[in-house]
Design a protein around this ligand. Structure first.
Ligand code: C6P
Length: 410
C-alpha cells in the first residue's frame, strides 16, 4: 500500500475528472501514461478560461486581448524556464512536441555542419523520433549514424559508448528515459564524456520530465527536448531547450510570420531568440495549458511524485514477477515508472484487448522503438506506465487482469 508519507493520491485523483470514468462498466485504471497522461482540472480550466475570456493572437495586436494573451503565453515560457532551470527565457523554444524539437536540431544545427565522414551517435534504445531525424540528416549530408549497444538488462553499454565517441562524432543524441524499457540513462556521465571531446549532446527528455527533476544547467546538456502531453499538458505543444550561444548561431528551421524583424524581396532579417524558431501563429492555448500543467506538477513536487511512482514501480515489478510465464523486458537498475512485459502464450495485442475489458488501459505494440523489440526478439510488448495519480490498488487490478487473461488463453 501507499507508504509515501503525506502524499495524498486521492486528492490528486480528484483533480483529474477523467479518472472517475468507467470503461466497459469498470472503473478506469489508466496505465498508459507514457503514451499520454491525463489532465487536471487546473489545466482544462486554464485553456477554457483563455478561450472564454482571454483569447487572441499574440505578438501582433495592440488591443487588450492580444496584450493579455501575449503575456499569458510568455508567462508559460517563463514557467518552463524555471521548471528545467534554464539560464534565460531565450533558450526556451516552443515546438509541437519532442519530435519537432529533435527535427529542428537535426535540420538547423546538424545539417549545415555535417559532411561525409562525420558521425552522429545515438543508442539502441531510442524512440523512432530520436532515430529517424538523424537518419534523414545523414542521408542529406553523407554523415554516418553510429549506435551504442544495450545489454540484456536494458542498460547502455557505456564502454562501447566511449569507444564509439571520437573526433568524427559531431553530436550525441540520447534518451533520458527509455519509453520501451523504463531505463533511466546516466546522462550526466554521458554529457561529461562527450564534452571531454567537445561533442554537443541532445537529450530526449520526453519520458523524463514527468518523473525526474531536470536541471539543464547542472546537466550541461546542449539541447533538451520534451512534450507537453506526457506532462499532464495538452497535445501539440513541446519544448526545445538549447544553450543560447548555440541556438543564436543556428539558422531558422521554418520561415513565416513572427520569426522575422523585417522582410523585403531583397533581404529578410530574422527575429531574435526564441522567436526565430517559432514561425507562424503558435499553439497559444497549448503553451498556456503546458504552463498550468507545470505549475500543477510543481505544487505537488516532482520529488514527491518520483517517490510515489518509484513505490508503484517496485510494487508492480514484484507482483508481475510472481506471474508464471510473464517476462519483464527491461530490468535496468535505474528505472522510471513503467513495466514492459510479454506473456508466454498471449500476444501483447490480446493482452491489451483483454485488459481493456477490465477497464485497464495499457499500451501494446513496439512503442515506436522497433530496434528495442528486435534486440529482445519480441514483436511487441505490453506496457503499463505510471503517473502521479496511480494507486497500489490499481496495480492489484492490473495483476488480477493479467492472471485472468492467462486463464482465458490457457
Ligand atoms: N512516446 C509512447 O507511447 P511526441 O510524439 O513528439 O510527443 O513524442 C515522441 C517521443 C520521443 N521520445 C520518447 C522517448 C518518447 O517516448 C516519445 C513518445 C510515446 O511511448 C508515443 S510513441
Amino acid at each position: 500500500m501507499n507508504n509515501v508519507a503525506q502524499y495524498d493520491v486521492e486528492s490528486i485523483r480528484n483533480d483529474f475528472p477523467i479518472l472517475g470514468e468507467k470503461i466497459h462498466g469498470r472503473p478506469l485504471v489508466y496505465l498508459d501514461n507514457a503514451a499520454s497522461s491525463q489532465h487536471p482540472a487546473q489545466v482544462i480550466n486554464a485553456i477554457k478560461e483563455l478561450y472564454e475570456s482571454g483569447y487572441s493572437n499574440i505578438h501582433r495586436g495592440v488591443h487588450q486581448l492580444s496584450q493579455d494573451a501575449t503575456k499569458a503565453y510568455e508567462n508559460a515560457r517563463a514557467t518552463v524556464r524555471g521548471f528545467i532551470h534554464a539560464d534565460c527565457i531565450h533558450e526556451i523554444v516552443f515546438t509541437s512536441g519532442t519530435t519537432e524539437s529533435i527535427n529542428l536540431v537535426a535540420q538547423s544545427y546538424a545539417r549545415p555542419l555535417l559532411k561525409k565522414g562525420d558521425e552522429i551517435l545515438i543508442t539502441h534504445m531510442e524512440h523512432h523520433s530520436n532515430i529517424v531525424p538523424w537518419q534523414m540528416v545523414c542521408e542529406q549530408t553523407g554523415a554516418e549514424l553510429k549506435v551504442v549497444p544495450i545489454s540484456d538488462r536494458g542498460e547502455l553499454e557505456l564502454d562501447c559508448f566511449s569507444e564509439l565517441l571520437c573526433e568524427r562524432t559531431k553530436l550525441v543524441a540520447v534518451g533520458h528515459v527509455s519509453n520501451a524499457l523504463g531505463t533511466v540513462n546516466p546522462i550526466k556521465r554521458i554529457i561529461d564524456m562527450a564534452h571531454a571531446l567537445n561533442v554537443p549532446v541532445l537529450v530526449d527528455g520526453a519520458q523524463a520530465v514527468p518523473h525526474i527533476p531536470v536541471n539543464v544547467q547542472d546537466l550541461d546538456c546542449d539541447f533538451y527536448a520534451f512534450s507537453g502531453h506526457k506532462l499532464y499538458g495538452p497535445t501539440g505543444i513541446g519544448v526545445l531547450y538549447g544553450k543560447e550561444n548555440i541556438l543564436s548561431k543556428m539558422p531558422p528551421y521554418k520561415g513565416g510570420g513572427d520569426m522575422i524583424l523585417s522582410v523585403s524581396f531583397e533581404k529578410t532579417e530574422y527575429n531574435a531568440l526564441p522567436y526565430k524558431f517559432e514561425a507562424g501563429t503558435p499553439n497559444i492555448a497549448g503553451a498556456i495549458g503546458l504552463g498550468a500543467a507545470i505549475e500543477y506538477v510543481q505544487n505537488i513536487g516532482l520529488g514527491a511524485i518520483a517517490a510515489h511512482e518509484h513505490g508503484l514501480l517496485e510494487y508492480a515489478t514484484s507482483k508481475l514477477r510472481q506471474i508464471d510465464g510473464l517476462r519483464i523486458i527491461g530490468e535496468a537498475e535505474q528505472k522510471a515508472g513503467l513495466v514492459s512485459f510479454v506473456l508466454d502464450q498471449v500476444h501483447p495485442h490480446d493482452i491489451g484487448t483483454m485488459l481493456d475489458m477490465e477497464g485497464v488501459a495499457i499500451r501494446t505494440g513496439h512503442h515506436c522503438a522497433q530496434p528495442v523489440m528486435e534486440y529482445f526478439k519480441v514483436p511487441a510488448t505490453a506496457r503499463a506506465s505510471f503517473a502521479m495519480y496511480n494507486t497500489f490498488e490499481e496495480i492489484d487490478v492490473l495483476a488480477e487482469s493479467i492472471n485472468k487473461t492467462i486463464g482465458m488463453f490457457s
